[in-house]
Design a protein around this ligand. Structure first.
Ligand code: CTP
Ligand SMILES: C[C@](O)(CO)[C@H](O)COP(=O)(O)O
Length: 236
């Protein structure tokens, strides 16, 4: 195991949060006395493994400059893109000249503030000597149905079905190349799908199911609950 590897984080934070239906993009909603984005970045900084964190924020976004964390020495701002994959690629471009081809990049959604330091360290420890990389994910524990309209047309074999989370951890050069090749492809909703379409088979690493993505209004209270539970765990 080489201890001289370098790790970067990329945080796509340029979405508008349509499904949240709030008065501002969901990453700027209040959570635990700060914004969701600040809480997510705090978890990444607390892991004490990243050389730098590139955050993709919308150009029109008036909220970002007012956040104290925007001036943190490890934070690098990048312009957001039309889709999440474009924002991630933009953040990778912002690391050009600093990140080496074989450096690791962990891409983590700004909308996932319940990520634990333990899961960051677990993902890195599991994949740091892997040639490709992989993702945190959660195995499905429910029966899953294939549906057309309002009718069930089949039942999926759930032993093959996992829910992808973030961070998704890949080598800088490989990830940048895959996202550039797949730019504009609407099927690319995470980093792993871009690698898959290039013929790679990223690894799955079991992560905590409370690492939820704040997507709909009810998710904010759930995130508050999970973070409170995590605090109890760490102080027990
Ligand atoms: N053009 C985009 C779209 C999304 N994201 C980010 O990608 C993460 C996951 O995306 P999602 O949950 O879909 O966020 P939104 O696109 O904002 O949500 P919605 O689809 O409801 O608008 C979020 O942190 C979001 O800010 C981004 O950086 N750039
Ligand atoms: C990257 C991701 O969070 C993995 O589950 C998910 O694909 C993001 O999808 P979204 O539609 O951009 O929220």
């Amino acid at each position: 195991m080489t201890d001289t590897q370098t790790f970067w984080a990329v945080v796509p934070a340029a979405g508008v949060g349509k499904r949240m239906n709030a008065n501002r993009p969901k990453q700027y909603l209040e959570l635990g006395g700060q914004t969701v984005l600040e809480q997510t970045l705090a978890r990444l900084l607390q892991a004490e493994v990243f050389r730098g964190i590139a955050v993709a924020v919308s150009e029109e976004d008036g909220y970002w400059p007012d956040l104290p964390i925007a001036r943190h020495p490890q934070i690098i701002r990048a312009p957001g893109g039309k889709e999440r994959a474009d924002s991630v690629l933009s953040a990778l471009h912002a690391l050009a000249g600093q990140a080496a081809t074989d450096d690791w990049v962990l891409v983590h959604d700004a909308a996932r503030p319940c990520l634990t330091i333990t899961d960051i360290h677990h993902l890195i420890a599991t994949l740091r000597d892997d040639p490709i990389g992989g993702i945190l994910a959660v195995a499905s524990h429910d029966t899953l149905k294939n549906v057309q309209g309002e009718s069930i047309i089949g039942t999926l074999d759930r032993s093959y079905i996992w829910r992808a989370l973030t961070p998704q951890m890949f080598r800088y050069g490989l990830l940048k190349s895959a996202l550039q090749t797949q730019q504009g492809n609407p099927a690319i909703t995470d980093e792993a799908s871009a690698l898959e379409l290039q013929g790679w088979q990223p690894k799955i690493v079991a992560g905590r199911p409370d690492n939820i993505k704040i997507t709909r209004p009810e998710d904010l209270a759930l995130a508050e609950f999970y973070r409170a539970q995590q605090t109890l765990e760490t102080t027990a």
